[in-house]
Design a protein around this ligand. Structure first.
Ligand code: HEM
Ligand SMILES: *[C@@H]1O[C@H](CO)[C@@H](O)[C@H](O)[C@H]1NC(C)=O
Ligand SMILES: *[C@@H]1O[C@H](CO)[C@@H](O)[C@H](O)[C@H]1NC(C)=O
Length: 328
C-alpha cells in the first residue's frame, strides 16, 4: 500500500489506484495459483455431483465389478502426466493415445460409463464439467458404493489435449515389480510408502487375469500352498490367459481390509501385492491395516486425495472436452 500513498493526489484518485492495484493483484493470484476446490461447480453446474453419482450407482448396482473398473481408471489416468483424462482419448489415424499401452490395453474399461455420465452433464450444463473431474468423482462414488470410505473430491481439473503412450508404459507400475520398484514408482509421484500400501488396498475389489500372475502361482515363493493349487486349477500353465480371478480371494466385492489379511496369509494374488508383505519395510503397515479397518480407510481416503490431485490442469490450461474421447 506504500505505492498507493506515494502516488495519491486526492481521495478519489487514491481510491482508484487502490482498487486498480487490487484488481491486478487478484488477477495475478487467480492466474498463477488457480486451485482445485470442492465447490468448483456449485454455481456453474450445481447438479454435477448428483448426476455423476446417479449414473455410477446404476452401473455399480447392475454390476459391482464396475466399481473396481472406475477406481482403476482413475489410478491409470493420474499416474500418467496427472489426472487430466488423457487415458480417455481414443486413438485416431494420426494420433496414438494411452488406451493401447501395456497396462491399459484389453484391461482398463469403463469408458462407456464415463461417456454416459458426460452425456448427462452436457445435457444439463454444456461445456462445464471436465472429464478428469468425472473420473475422480466416479472413483470416489464407486468406493463408497462398495462399502469403503468417502472423501471430498477437490474439483476444477481440466482435460488434456494430448496423451502419452510412452508415459503410460513407463509410469504405471508393472505386476512383476519388486518392493523397491513399487516404492520408487510411487515416490516419483510424490506418494509415500504408506500411500503405496494404502492405495494398493484398492485390490480389495476387482480382478486380474491369469496371465498377469501365472509366474507367481507356479513358482511357489511367498504363496500359501493351498491358495496356489486353487489358482493353478483355474489358471493352467498354458491357456486361459484371460480368465479373471478376484484380487481379494475372500470378499471380492466389498471395500474392506481383507486384502491385507490375505497378504499376511501369503494370499496376495499378484506378485506386486505380496511384495508388500515379504519381510520388508511395508510389513508393519500391512499389519496395521489388517488389524484396523478404520486406520486403513482413513489413510486410503487421504491417499486418494493426494492421487487425485496429481498435476491437474487448472485455470486456462487444457480444455473442457465436449466428448471425453476426443479433443474439442
Ligand atoms: C502398486 C502397484 C499396482 C500394480 C502393479 C497394479 C496392477 C494391477 C493389475 C495387473 C491388475 C489386473 C489387470 C488385468 O487383469 O487386466 C490390477 C487391477 C486393479 N487395480 Fe491395480 N495395481 C497397482 C496399484 C493400484 C492402485 C494404486 C489402484 C487404485 C488406486 C489400483 C486399482 C486396481 C483395481 C480396482 C483393479 C481391479 C480392476 C478390475 O477389476 O477391472 N491398483 N492392478
Ligand atoms: C487427424 O485426423 C482427424 C480425423 O481423424 C482430422 O480431423 C485432423 O485434421 C487430423 N489432424 C492432422 C494434424 O492431420
Ligand atoms: C494356507 O491356507 C489354508 C486355507 O486357508 C490354511 O488352512 C493353511 O493353514 C495355510 N497354510 C499356511 C502354511 O499358512
Amino acid at each position: 500500500m506504500a505505492l498507493t500513498v506515494q502516488y495519491a493526489a486526492g481521495p478519489s484518485r487514491n481510491a482508484f489506484r487502490f482498487s486498480y492495484f487490487q484488481f491486478i493483484f487478484s488477477l495475478l493470484v487467480g492466474l498463477s495459483s488457480a486451485q482445485l476446490s470442492p465447490d468448483f461447480y456449485s454455481e456453474t453446474c450445481p447438479d454435477a455431483l448428483s448426476i455423476i453419482k446417479t449414473t455410477v450407482s446404476a452401473a455399480v448396482d447392475s454390476n459391482p465389478q464396475m466399481g473396481a473398473v472406475m477406481l482403476r481408471l482413475h489410478f491409470h489416468d493420474c499416474f500418467v502426466n496427472g489426472c487430466d483424462a488423457s487415458i480417455l482419448l481414443d486413438d485416431t489415424a494420426n494420433f496414438t493415445g494411452e488406451k493401447t499401452a501395456g497396462p491399459n490395453g484389453n484391461s482398463v474399461m469403463g469408458y462407456d460409463v464415463i461417456d454416459s455420465i458426460k452425456a448427462g452433464l452436457e445435457n444439463s450444463c454444456p461445456g462445464v464439467v471436465s472429464c478428469a473431474d468425472i473420473i475422480s468423482i466416479a472413483a470416489r462414488d464407486s468406493v463408497v458404493l462398495l462399502g469403503g470410505p468417502s472423501w471430498s473430491v477437490l474439483l476444477g481439473r481440466r482435460d488434456s489435449t494430448t496423451a502419452s503412450l510412452t508415459a503410460a508404459n513407463t509410469n504405471i507400475p508393472g505386476t512383476n515389480s519388486n518392493l523397491n520398484q513399487l516404492i520408487s514408482s510411487f515416490s516419483n509421484k510424490g506418494l509415500s510408502t504408506r500411500d503405496l500400501v494404502a492405495l494398493s488396498g484398492s485390490h480389495t475389489i476387482g480382478r486380474a487375469r491369469c496371465k498377469l500372475f501365472r509366474d507367481r502361482i507356479y513358482q511357489g515363493a511367498n504363496i500359501n500352498a493351498s491358495y496356489a493349487s486353487f489358482l493353478q486349477a483355474k489358471c493352467p500353465q498354458s491357456g486361459g490367459d484371460n480368465t479373471f480371478i478376484p484380487l481379494d480371494t475372500t470378499t471380492p466385492i466389498s471395500f474392506d481390509n481383507a486384502y491385507f489379511k490375505n497378504l499376511k496369509g501369503q494370499k496376495g494374488l499378484l506378485h506386486s501385492d505380496q511384495q508388500l508383505f515379504i519381510g520388508g519395510v511395508t510389513d508393519s503397515i500391512v499389519d496395521t491395516y489388517s488389524s484396523d479397518y478404520s486406520i486403513f480407510s482413513r489413510d486410503f481416503a487421504n491417499a486418494m486425495v493426494k492421487l487425485s490431485n496429481l498435476s491437474p490442469l487448472t485455470g486456462r490450461r487444457g480444455q473442457i472436452r465436449k466428448n471425453c474421447r476426443k479433443i474439442n
